[in-house]
Design a protein around this ligand. Structure first.
Ligand SMILES: C[S@@+](CC[C@H](N)C(=O)[O-])C[C@H]1O[C@@H](n2cnc3c(N)ncnc32)[C@H](O)[C@@H]1O
Length: 396
């Protein structure tokens, strides 16, 4: 059934939001604010529906022609290719502000915006599906794969891997490059059998990593060399990682925080412990992933105590500063309780999901913390993903 709708907002997750005549909300992928659309209803629930664009009757001001040719073929890898850079920035700021107000019940200070590295060719890690041995991204909200021979947001060091790589019977691959070292690796899920890759690209199967094998790249960030294994998390680009560290360092400097103990929760390969951590006499890093812990052990100095465990299981110690960079689900009540028990006067929360930030903000406020500063760091241009750095001060 087709309907005519006007889009008045963009939701967390990137879809356009409109309202049908019967009062139900409708979510539409690929929409821009002030678009007038004809959509086909593809999902109907009691309170909301979902539509697919059939025709753009009148385009909102923020709509543009996608920069990537694969969008027209249905590639859903970047959900905001159809929005101008200004519209993307405006939407990221307002999504974060709305999440803090609606989910966090907080009237936030002005939400700052820090431009990320480049708006294209920036990603140094991508995970792509495989169709007939070749790279492919999923269609929006679907498991259907669209083959691609290039990716405009991927770092140029991946060009020949996209263009020429053959990935055997893998379902998915993780491609990771060191932009500043030239290192390159591909991990096949579940195997790397029958891969054909350009010379010099290291390959490994996820099945091999389960049996103890490992492969890593070296990347340079903030003047430090980092070992990053195929299975470890790393930020979307070295420039983005540097900006993130700089933003955290700036806020901590402005707070004149103590320099005895830093607790780095969800520490990954040690990005914060190995940079701002140098200011502290003692650093405690907590991380659950085996590969990241092994990288961090290699990357970090002796003053960092690495706890290989889930944050929820760590026994809190008193700290001057906590930096917490949880996965998409956020800190949740258990993570916030751990932070509260450190009694840290200053906390930096790095959130990669606006909804999780909103929910964590409510928990942080009821745990005795006040939001001092919040900035969107635009690490993922062309997509609705946000990276948000918020600084919290403990109320006496
Ligand atoms: C967003 S990454 C941040 C990593 C690091 N701070 C960085 O900037 O590179 C989140 C990290 O948390 C780890 N992680 C996920 N759930 C966890 C948990 N419950 N306890 C400890 N670490 C966890 C992941 O393995 C990942 O390394």
């Amino acid at each position: 059934m087709s309907k005519r709708v006007n889009i008045y907002d963009l939701a967390v997750g990137g879809e356009g939001v409109g309202r049908l005549e019967d009062g139900r909300i409708i979510f539409v992928a690929g929409a821009a604010v002030d678009d007038e659309l004809v959509v086909e209803l593809i999902e109907e629930k009691k309170r909301y529906t979902r539509g697919e664009i059939i025709e753009v009757v009148s385009a909102g001001e923020g709509r543009r022609e996608p920069l990537c040719r694969h969008v027209h073929a249905g590639c859903g890898g970047c959900d905001w290719q159809h929005l101008s850079e200004e519209a993307q920035i405006e939407a990221k700021i307002s999504t974060v502000r709305d999440a803090l107000i609606k989910l966090g019940s907080i009237e936030p200070p002005e939400v700052g915006y820090v431009a990320g590295p480049e708006s294209l060719r920036y990603r140094t890690t991508v995970r792509v599906g495989i169709k007939n041995g070749r790279p492919a991204y999923r269609r929006s909200r679907s498991n259907q794969l669209v083959q691609v021979s290039d990716c405009p947001i991927a770092h140029p060091l991946m060009d020949d891997i996209f263009a020429e790589g053959f990935f055997g019977t893998a379902n998915e691959v993780t491609i990771r490059v060191g932009a500043r070292t030239g290192d390159r690796l591909v991990m096949g899920h579940p195997t790397a059998d029958e891969f054909e890759l350009p010379a010099g690209v290291v390959q490994i199967g996820k099945n091999q990593t389960r049996r103890g094998a490992s492969a890593h790249i070296i990347e340079e960030v903030a003047g430090v060399e980092w070992q990053i294994s195929a299975r470890s998390f790393f930020q979307s680009s070295p420039e983005g990682a540097e900006m993130l560290v700089a933003l955290v360092a700036e806020w901590l400097t402005a707070q004149d925080s103590g320099e005895q103990v830093l607790v780095d929760l969800y520490s990954g390969v040690g990005l914060f412990s190995g940079t701002v951590g140098d200011w502290f006499q003692k650093v405690i890093a907590v991380e659950s992933a085996t590969s990241a812990v092994s990288d961090a052990t290699n990357n970090l100095g002796g003053h960092v105590a690495i706890h290989h465990m889930q944050v929820e299981k760590w026994v809190p110690e008193l700290a001057d500063v906590v930096i917490a960079d949880p996965p998409r689900a956020g800190l949740r009540a258990q993570g916030v309780e751990i932070i509260r028990k450190t009694q840290a006067p200053h906390v930096v929360l790095v959130s990669c999901d606006a909804g999780a930030l909103g929910r964590d903000a409510a928990l942080m406020a009821s745990g005795g913390y006040e939001l001092d500063q919040v900035d969107v760091l635009d690490m993922f241009p062309q997509t609705s993903h946000v990276e948000v750095v918020s600084g919290w001060i403990r109320r006496n």
